[in-house]
Design a protein around this ligand. Sequence first.
Ligand code: NAG
Ligand code: NAG
Length: 366
Amino acid sequence: MLLKLLSSLLLLATTRAARVRRESDCVGTINSMDDVADAVRCTTVVLNGFTVPAGQTLNIDLLDGSTVNMNGDIHFGNQTWAGPLFQVSGDSITFNGNGHTFDGGGPFYWDGLGGNGGVTKPAPMMKIRTSGTFSNVKVLNSPARTYSISNPGPLVIDGLTIDNSLGDLPNSNSNGKAAGHNTDGFDASTEDLTIQNSVIMNQDDCLAINRGANIVFRGNTCSGGHGISVGSINSDVTVNGITISGNRIINNDQALRIKTIVDATNSRVTNITYSGNIATGIRRFGIIIDQSYPSTIDTPGNGVQISAVNFVPPQTSIEVNDNAQRVAVNCGVGSCVGNWDWSNLDVSGGVAGDITNFDGITGFDE
Ligand SMILES: *[C@@H]1O[C@H](CO)[C@@H](O)[C@H](O)[C@H]1NC(C)=O
Ligand SMILES: *[C@@H]1O[C@H](CO)[C@@H](O)[C@H](O)[C@H]1NC(C)=O
């Protein structure tokens, strides 16, 4: 009897609990801009395919712990404006692209000038302000810079595709030059970020880190652009703890680069570790560390200290084209410091290049 009473009390209690489910335990579906505000009150969101009206940002500001599933492709109306075209924010978010595409309409904007002139282009196209995971999303033809990442906590980006390869060709507005320009893959001035297993086809840096810490870039393929960059580094910033490993770098201007702005002061770049990267078809420099940016291998500044740039196993292997330089290190007086172990670097082809104002590199001969 007592047992029966107890069990019916228990049943009552569990029914109550089920009834007071959180209001956010629902599925929000986005079929157009009009649905966004309601959908993000749910912690499960379905993003269906539609066209975002020109001049608007598809801005998805999620409850913490939400999951988003893409279920179709997103297009954007074409208009010359600053963007971004897409923005997502929230903590502990699982964003699944499921292989679907954000189509930036690049050919509408491309004029060979990127951010340096011509029409105003939405840049960045994609602004990611989430922690958690962001995976399996494709971007086609970004107008200029593609992703800007400013994660509020640890974020893993996995299995993305950025395909701006059409921008390698000239168009009627680009005076014979590649139509796509400044189409950076990832601009990541942030902390606690991993970008992995992604493919980036573009006409500028595959990755550019202007400041930040604890960033891992691994198992990616960079094709056609300007390589994997730390920089450009301006005044009063620190970069500490970057791991670049197991990437393939194909037909880029340079494979691996650190660029610091010539008149920058009070900045520090340290603890940069490369391993197991394979580069082929490199057009200008295999490795370039240059403190004369935006010039190239010109009079260097010394306001940015660079230390602990190391190549660890497995070996990084770089093949440069006939007239390209294998390794160029252009330090300011006294601003490259410590011992850098380059014994796990092999660079072949081309011509040697100079190492200026620094003798701390060990294990590597030009
Ligand atoms: C924007 O322009 C691009 C390139 O011309 C085109 O492919 C795309 O369909 C246009 N987008 C819309 C929504 O009309
Ligand atoms: C180097 O970076 C790693 C990864 O972010 C970090 O764990 C380590 O503490 C850093 N080392 C130093 C000396 O700052």
